[in-house]
Design a binder for this molecule. Structure first.
Ligand code: FAD
Length: 246
């Protein structure tokens, strides 16, 4: 086992939205940051691709809004709401939200790449394809990480678990987990091709089908995604609105 005498201020397990944003900002503030990410390449998962206006406020304060906008995201300034296929009056986010922010939409894996890249550029060290093996809590917590074919022992002032809802770190430190019984089911669908529609956040609500769906363009150019909640099927959302083509 190799023991590094490197001391990090912060070791972050997980290079998702949370870990990368935190790591980048802390590195910019002058702290020594190590981010441990298990994936070499981010794959598409059913995950958040719409940052709602209040999230945009946070993103601006964190300094990641423009980074996302310039590299992988597009803005949706209006919400177009369809109830049982009937459009209601569009909502303009810039004039109806407390800070005049709108929605930011992106492909989740692209967003992860961009934010992890920002963390790296800001001075954070990033170990990709690394596996967390052990965590020893304490005044100066230690983690054992397998990286580049060897086991490395790293000491830090603070270890942050940003490894998602199945958090291995939470398991290692024996956090108790509770789960509510499932109520809502959510699925996602990634679309490609130019939809030739306004860059807006679309909501489709169908009480008869017991569900709702939303859709947005996830890339500045050509693709979009649709996310459905509860029993509603994506196809029904399209039929209900009649405004989107496949
Ligand atoms: C269907 C769906 C729709 C959603 N829609 C929205 C939405 O529209 N808007 C919104 O704001 N939010 C939405 N969310 C929530 C949003 O996706 C999450 O809140 C967000 O992705 C959490 O980010 P995170 O960085 O905490 O975790 P994650 O995105 O889960 O990232 C965790 C990272 O840690 C890495 N990792 C995991 N384990 C380890 C390990 N042991 N060692 C090293 N690395 C590890 C993973 O590879 C990953 O990169 C949605 C979620 C789902 C499931």
């Amino acid at each position: 086992m190799t023991t590094l005498n490197t001391d990090y201020d912060l070791v972050i397990i997980g290079g998702g939205l949370a870990g990368s944003a935190l790591g980048g900002s802390m590195a910019l503030a002058g702290f020594r940051v190590l981010i441990i990410e298990k994936e070499m390449k981010f794959r598409d998962r059913v995950r958040g691709e719409v940052l709602l206006p209040w999230g945009s406020v946070e993103a601006i304060e964190l300094g990641i809004y423009d980074v996302l906008l310039e590299n992988c995201a597009s803005e949706a300034a209006r919400e177009l709401f369809f109830y049982a296929g009937v459009p209601t009056k569009p909502r303009d986010f810039r004039t109806s939200t407390p800070k005049g922010t709108c929605v930011l939409s992106f492909s989740h894996p692209e967003m992860q790449e961009v934010l992890l890249g920002r963390a790296l550029q800001s001075g954070a060290e990033v170990w990709r394809g690394a596996a967390l093996l052990e965590l020893r809590p304490g005044a100066a917590p230690e983690v054992d990480v397998e990286f580049e074919g060897e086991v490395r022992q790293v000491k830090a002032r603070l270890v942050v678990g940003a490894d998602g809802r199945e958090s291995q770190l939470a398991t290692l430190i024996e956090f108790e987990r509770t789960r509510d019984p499932p109520e809502l089911f959510t699925g996602g669908l990634q679309l490609s091709g130019d939809l030739e529609i306004e860059r807006a956040l679309y909501f489709f609500c169908m009480r008869s089908l017991g569900g709702a769906a939303y859709s947005s363009r996830t890339s500045p150019e050509t693709s979009g995604s649709i996310c459905c909640t509860t029993r509603m099927l994506c196809q029904n959302a399209f039929r209900a609105s009649g405004i989107l083509r496949r």
